[in-house]
Design a protein around this ligand. Structure first.
Ligand SMILES: [Zn+2]
Ligand SMILES: [Zn+2]
Length: 136
């Protein structure tokens, strides 16, 4: 038996589900689009993401995907997109290294705080709440 058949999320056409997220037609179109975007960036290495989306009609998502895949570096353009927290230029993920480290520290602090709070709570009930350290 042939594999499952799915509706393409882009054009609605039925296609054989061979592990792709869209039908072959749309996949071809997307490849073309990607090539177009990469070519545009190669010709306009200083273009901002917004300018690229406007010029090529592609989504920001696609540009980020291409950045992550290193497609622009392949054509000699170092493209970045802004960290979702501080806006620093990044090449992968959602946040820059600094924000990632800060968030990790924050998480560790919270985890340590939870453990400490539990220990304190079981050791001497009734004591005041551990005040959260603010600022930073
Ligand atoms: Zn399709
Ligand atoms: Zn950041």
């Amino acid at each position: 038996m042939a594999g499952k058949v799915k509706n393409c999320p882009h054009c609605g056409k039925l296609y054989a589900d061979y592990g792709a997220h869209m039908c072959r037609d749309c996949e071809d179109k997307m490849r073309e689009k990607e090539a177009e975007v990469v070519n545009y960036v190669r010709d306009n290495p200083k273009a901002k993401i917004l300018e690229i989306t406007e010029a090529t009609g592609c989504s920001e998502q696609l540009i980020k995907k291409l950045i992550r895949e290193g497609r622009f570096e392949q054509v000699g353009v170092k493209m970045t997109y802004p960290c979702e927290k501080c806006g620093a230029p990044i090449l992968s993920g959602k946040f820059c290294q600094t924000c990632k480290e800060n968030m990790q520290k924050e998480l560790q602090k919270q985890a340590a705080g939870v453990v400490a709070a539990r220990q304190a709570a079981s050791a001497n009930r009734g004591q005041g709440m551990h005040s959260k350290d603010k600022g930073r």
